[in-house]
Design a protein. Structure first.
Ligand code: AMP
Length: 463
């Protein structure tokens, strides 16, 4: 079948694939350089027979054994099956779908290069941060291939993104829904030859009101089944999600990595019962006592987050704000500063915080309890990632402690509620010279915060 069909029928580039290509030996590296002992009950990446160029990248990343979601989904994905995967954050699900896609694109090269703006694989994610993180993981995993990866997310320069599509054909396109639709409408992207479609964090797309956009996107791709492989991931399998999955996938393999608890076992969870006026002192004293190095503090509203970030900064703490009111480019810089340790405390709201995928977060602090118990699961998924341990603390006060039973019901974990030791509530010594705090990280000055209008926040949940 001609993969360059121009008519707008489902061309089924996927259905017209030729023989799987089998040899991809990079010049100066061999699998011999990547020894991982076989262990009972664990799959090594070697067991999937991935191309050497992919194994080389995996070796560079220091991955050795497949995580459970990877062990369960990679073989099915490589067999061309549609997948509905239930996976929490931090389980390695991004690499799970990326490894399948990258291998597939290498194994089935096109007879001719695809045209500009016509991706072979499309990954749709609910937030910009998540999309950028996926794109960055894709670049890491395909660094020894010539695959071209482009991300199209809102809040960043349209023309720059367009330029990337014009430079060379795109293989893997990672997007947020709204921005992709702009590109489709302006005919800068054509999805008619997409071979693999990933819908990541489908539950979040649902709760953020993106489903109509996702439907439009899917209508622009080839038919499900032989023409399009569809992988749908969600942290929860509600009836709504399963209905959407049934519409969008074909004879999908349903993979649910059973974990008794929704929250990771690597994360210690504790609730401090305090009054709202005691929370700030508790936060500061707790961080000192526990030597908290990389902390995400969650607030429910962006004004609460902004005020807290400003107060911490004024008091000499290296803190920054991560909420919808921070422009995208600043967010990327802030995340980099947090990753590198220049920022100790990131004060985040749920929508923005969801995109934070950073190793080594030692503490998640729920400065206010989330109103939606699902958000609690996502919040604490920011720590204890990839087998590391982490701590999640809730500050429950007169306004929000009634939410505890709901969180317990959602997570299946009985939370340990205690009154903090008085030493943890002692007044904080003010910094002597308030005009000279620690260097203020890029995103936290009140000027910068207030100059950004609410309308800039395309991540806001629709009303
Ligand atoms: P994710 O759930 O996709 O956000 O992945 C969480 C983190 O785990 C990422 O930083 C990955 O780089 C890392 N990771 C993914 N797979 C593995 C693996 N098999 N071994 C070790 N780390 C991994």
């Amino acid at each position: 079948m001609d993969n360059k069909t121009t008519t707008k029928t489902s061309t089924g580039r996927r259905a017209g694939r030729s023989q799987r290509k089998s040899s991809h030996a990079p010049a100066n590296w061999s699998l011999e350089d990547f020894q991982v002992p076989a262990v009972e009950d664990k799959l090594r990446f070697h067991d999937f027979h991935l191309p050497d160029v992919v194994m080389h990248a995996i070796a560079d990343l220091g991955f050795e054994y497949a995580s459970p979601i990877q062990a369960a989904t990679i073989p099915a994905a490589l067999a061309g099956k549609d997948i509905i995967g239930k996976a929490q954050t931090g389980t390695g699900k991004t690499a799970a779908f990326l490894l399948g896609i990258i291998t597939d694109l290498i194994d089935y090269p096109l007879p001719e290069r695809n045209r500009l703006g016509e991706p072979r694989a499309l990954i749709v994610a609910p937030t910009r941060e998540l999309a950028l993180q996926i794109a960055s993981d894709a670049v890491d995993l395909s660094k020894y291939t010539d695959l071209h990866i482009v991300s199209l997310v809102g809040g960043m320069d349209y023309d720059k993104q367009r330029q990337q599509l014009k430079q060379q054909p795109v293989d893997i396109l990672v997007v947020t829904p709204g921005r992709l639709i702009d590109f489709i409408n302006r005919k800068d992207v054509d999805l008619w030859n997409v071979e693999v479609l990933v819908l990541d964090e489908a539950d979040r797309m649902l709760s953020m009101g993106f489903i109509p956009d996702v439907r439009t996107i899917i209508r622009n791709t080839p038919r499900k089944g032989s023409d399009r492989q569809t992988l749908l991931y969600s942290a929860t399998f509600t009836d709504d999600i399963l209905n959407l999955a049934a519409q969008w996938t074909f004879e999908a393999v349903k993979i649910e990595i059973e974990s008794e608890r929704k929250t990771t076992d690597n994360v210690a969870q504790q609730v401090y019962l305090v009054s709202s006026s005691e929370k700030y002192n508790l936060l500061r004293n707790y961080m000192d006592k526990d030597h908290a190095e990389k902390v995400i503090v969650f607030c429910n509203r962006r004004d609460q987050a902004r005020k807290l970030a400003e107060r911490l900064t004024r008091d000499g703490i290296k803190a920054a704000l991560m909420s919808g009111e921070i422009p995208q480019q600043k967010r990327v810089r802030t995340l980099e500063d947090f990753r590198s340790g220049r920022i100790q405390v990131l004060v985040a709201t749920d929508v923005a915080g969801r995109g934070i995928h950073i190793e080594g977060v030692t503490h998640v602090i729920n400065y206010q309890l989330p109103e939606d118990a699902d958000d609690y699961v996502h919040r604490i998924g920011r720590t204890g990632r990839a087998g590391a341990t982490g701590t999640s603390i809730c500050f429950a006060c007169e306004d929000d402690s009634f939410l505890i039973p709901e969180i317990e019901a959602e997570t299946g974990v009985k939370l340990d509620c205690i009154h903090p030791d008085p030493a943890l509530l002692k007044p904080i010594q003010q910094v002597a010279d308030k005009s000279a705090p620690e260097p203020v990280p890029a995103d936290t000055s009140s000027e910068q915060v207030s100059e950004v209008s609410e309308q800039n926040d395309s991540e806001q949940r629709p009303a």
